[in-house]
Design a protein. Structure first.
Length: 125
């Protein structure tokens, strides 16, 4: 694994830690560890900037899908300051994954996320 790939893997690991943080201070710390202060998150349902707004999007996802966990799907592919990866939202009770998507992240020089461009590949009706 090259240092560059390791940098992408670390950023994606922090990203999933934020998405799976319980809330409150844990969520705030995880978002701050993953994103730059002015970081952006964009997907078909959201376009937000800054730690508080990103945490609010994560909280809303967990309110809509209680008992679900975000997990990576496949390998992280990256070059320079950009990486892409798939993910799915898994129901811990039965293992089903009704939501799946694909994200592209752009990192700063410290390996924190400057922006996320998210795409939804599978969503419930």
């Amino acid at each position: 694994m090259s240092a560059n790939t390791e940098r992408h893997e670390t950023a994606v690991t922090r990203y999933f830690e934020a998405w799976n943080a319980g809330g409150g201070d844990t969520l705030a710390k995880a978002v701050a560890a993953a994103w730059t202060a002015d970081g952006r998150y964009t997907d078909p349902l959201a376009d937000v900037r800054g730690h508080e707004q990103i945490a609010a999007v994560i909280t809303a996802a967990h309110e809509r899908f209680p008992g679900f966990t975000f997990r990576p799907l496949g390998e992280v592919d990256g070059h320079h300051d950009t990486a892409r990866f798939g993910w799915e939202l898994v129901d811990e009770s039965d293992g089903s994954a009704p939501v799946a998507g694909f994200d592209v992240i752009v990192l700063d020089g410290e390996g924190r996320i400057r922006s996320v461009h998210g795409f939804l590949d599978r969503v419930p009706a």
